[in-house]
Design a protein around this ligand. Structure first.
Ligand code: FMN
Length: 187
């Protein structure tokens, strides 16, 4: 079958289907008075193996980014399908009200001054590495200094692990996907 290509918008907001789905996470932080905050993000990406560094693109004026600039650390809490709708709706509220309305429980991290979301099946603890302004984005780079995962995921067979992790990916406003069938590349 010969594929015919047609022009497509360069503006991500107009993409349907989305060409760059991103994992939905909650970035968890404290402010300087230890008031907790969580915010959904999906522009998240690994950037270095050694040391392990990831980045997410945010907005300089938002609470998350302001908190990280003050405390120099943040939690990354992966969102599963049971949490997804609440996470999408959560941005109508701010601060403590957001945490209460979504019904999430926060626990202390092991290495950093930031809370972690108990309901997430995996969490990362990050220390601020650097920041960078790129276009309209304010990019935060964080070094991963601790990680934890639900023990039942590791107890399962390889093929079942992604199913149990049940990660969610942002596609468009109000639209997400869960991890589909896991396939192995031909060796
Ligand atoms: C599923 C989802 C993904 C989002 N991803 C991002 C993102 O990657 N970067 C960003 O700056 N905002 C993103 N947002 C918007 C922020 O979560 C929103 O601006 C939020 O109010 C920021 O909260 P804060 O001020 O408490 O940090 C996303 C929202 C949703 C619902």
């Amino acid at each position: 079958m010969k594929m015919k290509k047609v022009p497509y918008p360069t503006n991500k907001r107009e993409w349907s289907p989305s060409l760059v789905p991103g994992p939905v996470v909650l970035i968890s932080t404290y402010d300087s008075n230890r008031v907790p905050n969580i915010a959904p993000k999906s522009w998240l990406q690994m950037v270095s193996f050694d040391p392990p560094i990831l980045m997410f693109s945010g907005t300089r004026e938002n609470t998350t980014e302001r908190n990280i600039l003050r405390t120099r650390c943040f939690g990354v809490n992966f969102v599963n399908t049971a949490l997804a709708s609440g996470v999408f709706e959560s941005i109508q509220w701010f601060g403590r009200e957001r945490i209460q309305k979504v019904g999430l429980t926060l626990t202390a991290a092991s290495e950093i001054e930031a809370p972690l979301v108990s309901e997430s099946r995996a969490n990362l603890e990050c220390r601020l590495h650097s920041t960078c302004e790129v276009g309209s984005g304010f990019v935060i780079f964080g070094e991963i200094c601790a990680a934890s995962i639900w023990d039942e995921i590791l107890a399962a067979e390889d093929e079942k692990r992604y199913e149990l992790l049940d990660q969610v990916f942002f596609l468009e406003d109000g639209v997400f996907a869960r991890m589909g069938k896991v396939l192995k590349a031909r060796k």
